[in-house]
Design a protein around this ligand. Structure first.
Ligand code: SAH
Ligand code: SF4
Length: 359
């Protein structure tokens, strides 16, 4: 029986967003509803993107009303929406506990990409990254990861087409693996959010063990590794995590992954003038990449206050690319988007918003 009267009003609200079928079934049971509703509810929420129980027309009216009074939508408040001159838009979302996180919409001719976050902040401390500077506040829950898609779909044109997803926002996805996997399962499910795993890319700084475990899980997005240096001494200086998992460790993991017929993995390489952009550095990248099923994405360093690096010159960038191409490694140069609103790679951080957003 459903709790009635004042008992129902006083019970805590339940959060459905982020739950899988068994989770929704258990929540229904907790609310005193027939668990067989959970299949319909799952479809309404994820396939139809309809979070308001009152709109769940094939669920009995009384159950809908009870749900409406007891279920939280789980959607964050959008407290910032900035548009770049190139069409990129950055959204600042305030989560239930007041923490804020960012996600980005990136239009490129017909193509649509969203860049989403996996954590509030990041513990990895990469020396070229603003998110790294803020440290880790906390992991995002599966529902919070998904809520970014609901916001982006309702405020931009992405729902009109098949769009691409990159987990290159705030946070290190492999440091929040369980929640990431739960969110990806709902995203990839053809009866759920139905986003093709081939359109989803998860980027990692290289937590080797977590990456191996992730590859064993049922979810199967594309992967990218943030390389940024192909000598241990250099990479450790830029990415302290390299002291724990060396280039040799990472290479071994990539080799195993690509042998298992994975999609080609991309190696992301942020070019910083005079730091990691010499021809020798390029030869080191070629040596690392040779024999792996990978391609290299060269990214221009996005400067920001407090980051001690400079972007590479155009000349150094093309020389770097040429060394790789000459050695038979596919390397492309990726354009930065949303620079004027600090929405580009590595530029998401809370402090810039704190100045303009009241708590
Ligand atoms: N933590 C994950 C995913 C988020 S970072 C990772 O490190 O892969 C996403 C990308 O932004 C990474 O490839 C990282 O190397 C890049 N990045 C970080 N700071 C940057 C900056 N200042 N300029 C350009 N790219 C940057
Ligand atoms: Fe974290 Fe990635 Fe930034 Fe490194 S580059 S601090 S892993 S978000």
């Amino acid at each position: 029986m459903a709790p009635t009267g004042s008992a129902a009003l006083m019970s805590p609200k339940v959060l459905l967003l982020g739950l899988d079928r068994p989770g929704i079934a258990a929540a229904c049971e907790g609310l005193g509803l027939q668990p067989f509703h959970h299949r319909e509810i799952y479809k309404w929420m994820y396939a139809r993107r309809t979070l308001d129980p009152m709109a769940w027309t094939n669920v009995p009216k009384a159950s809908r009303a009870l749900m409406a009074s007891r279920v939280l939508s789980g959607l964050p408040e959008v407290v910032g929406d900035q548009a770049s001159s190139d069409g990129t838009r950055k959204f600042l979302l305030r989560l239930g506990d007041g923490q804020t996180v960012e996600c980005v919409y990136i239009p490129d001719r017909e193509r649509r990409t969203v860049c989403v976050s996996s954590q509030v902040g990041c513990a990895m401390g990469c020396t070229f990254c603003l998110t790294g500077k803020m440290g880790l506040r906390r992991n995002l829950t599966p529902g919070e990861i998904l809520s970014q898609f609901f916001v982006l779909e309702s405020r931009t044109d992405i729902a009109e087409t098949s769009y691409n997803v990159v987990f290159m926002g705030m946070g290190e996805p492999m440091a929040n693996r369980a929640n990431l996997e739960a969110a990806l399962a709902l995203l990839e499910d053809p009866e759920g959010m139905a986003i093709s795993p081939r359109r989803i890319t998860v980027s990692t700084s290289g937590l080797a063990e977590a990456l191996e475990a992730f590859a064993q899980s049922p979810v199967c997005p594309r992967l990218s590794l943030s390389l940024n240096g192909a000598r241990d001494e250099l990479r450790t200086r830029l990415m302290p995590i390299n002291a724990r998992y060396s280039l040799a460790d990472l290479r071994r993991v990539l080799q195993n992954l690509t042998r298992k017929n994975r999609e080609r993995i991309s190696l992301e390489y942020v070019l910083m003038g005079g730091v990691n952009d010499s021809e020798q550095d390029a030869r080191d990248v070629a040596r690392f990449a040779r024999g792996l099923k990978v391609k290299v994405n060269l990214i221009s360093f996005n400067a920001a206050e407090g980051l001690p690096y400079q972007p590479s010159t155009a000349q150094a960038t093309s020389a770097f690319q040429e060394v790789l191409n000459r050695q038979g490694i596919t390397a492309t140069v990726r354009r930065s988007r949303g620079l004027d609103i600090l929405a580009a790679c590595g530029q998401l951080a809370r402090k810039h918003w704190d100045e303009g957003v009241s708590p």
